[in-house]
Design a protein around this ligand. Structure first.
Ligand code: KPL
Length: 316
């Protein structure tokens, strides 16, 4: 690494992806601090004796410094938010008094709408969004298994930021985290496009797998799920077209089928949340599409039905 910003990256939301990042940054010599919810989570962290990441047969242990709102850090220059979209304000606002005026906040999560909500709460905040195809799952508190190396795209979200100007702290990370535990990061000058593409994929796959309680591959050729998936693709593409989002090269249906084939044995993140009795990201995924569709009088009947069915089955 050529140059490292001396300020730590503070990570809030230390689940699977937050732990993967904390581990990778630490092992690449980037200073990291964890922002934990409360004393109970701090106790769990101490009991776990650090973050344990199993990355292709190798276990990495990282022990970054941890803070709680009761004992916060003095100042936060770089904040990475890896919690679920619905928990964003709760993950940021407890630390608002510690945020430096020019702090960088990066949101790395599924779904959309949370960056807008955060910008409303903190109008001057410098918000960046990231979207990732990395796979990781949480075996227990601070104990994470890597499921696949993907790519993470980062770009500016706030209107007052220039989308071609990469802040030095982010620049330092691009192409520099290639050794295991690897993170492949790249800058994107129009992050809205990959965010929408990921949202579109998640919106046609995740809820259906939770409703039919099946692995991803089982949606293909499923007599009732597959026609619903086709309808969701058509509705989503209509909303994307109205929003002026560049369509996916192969189209949403073909792209979704390919992802379903590649991840045939995986359980989607929403099915996992549903099975574990956790809240799901339905509002930030299908709910967001319905909300945007309403701006153009698009009814999104398939997405509404999916939300209704999911609410009957899972805690949302
Ligand atoms: O990203 C995913 C998830 O589980 O959240 C998949 C299933 C790969 C696509 O929706």
């Amino acid at each position: 690494m050529t140059r490292l910003s001396s300020y730590p990256w503070h990570i809030s939301g230390v689940g699977a992806i937050g732990s993967l990042w904390a581990s990778s940054l630490t092992h690449h010599g980037v200073p990291v601090s964890l922002l934990l919810r409360d004393e109970q989570q701090l106790d769990q962290y101490h009991t776990a004796a650090g973050i344990h990441l199993l990355d292709y047969e190798q276990t990495w242990v990282a022990t970054p410094q941890a803070f709680t709102p009761a004992k916060p850090p003095k100042v936060i220059h770089h904040l990475l938010i890896c919690c679920k979209a619905y928990a964003t304000l709760d993950a940021v606002l407890p630390w608002r008094n510690q945020l430096a005026d020019n702090a960088i906040i990066v949101l790395l999560q599924n779904g959309m709408g949370s960056a807008q909500a955060l910008q409303m709460a903190l109008p001057k905040a410098n918000i960046y969004c990231a979207t990732s195809t990395d796979g990781a799952w949480r075996k227990g508190p601070f104990n994470v298994i890597r499921a696949g190396v993907g790519q993470t795209l980062i770009g500016s979200f706030s209107d007052h930021l220039n989308n071609t100007v990469i802040p030095p702290a982010i620049h330092d990370l691009l192409d520099h985290l290639e050794q295991p535990p690897t993170l492949k990061l790249a800058w994107h000058t129009d992050i809205r496009v990959p965010l929408w593409h990921k949202l579109a994929i998640n919106s046609v796959i995740n809820a259906l797998t939770a409703i039919y309680q099946c692995a991803n591959g089982a949606l293909i050729d499923h007599p009732s799920a597959w026609p619903r998936l086709q309808q969701l693709c058509a509705e989503t593409q209509d909303v994307m077209a109205k929003e002026g989002v560049v369509p996916m090269g192969q189209g949403l249906l073909n792209t979704s089928r390919r992802i379903l084939q590649q991840t045939a044995n995986n359980k989607s993140s929403m099915l996992q949340d549903c099975l574990a009795g956790r809240a799901t990201e339905i509002d930030a995924i299908n709910g967001y599409i319905i909300q945007q569709g309403a701006l153009y009088r698009l009814p999104c009947a398939g997405h509404k039905q999916v939300c209704e069915d999911l609410r009957r089955i899972c805690a949302t």
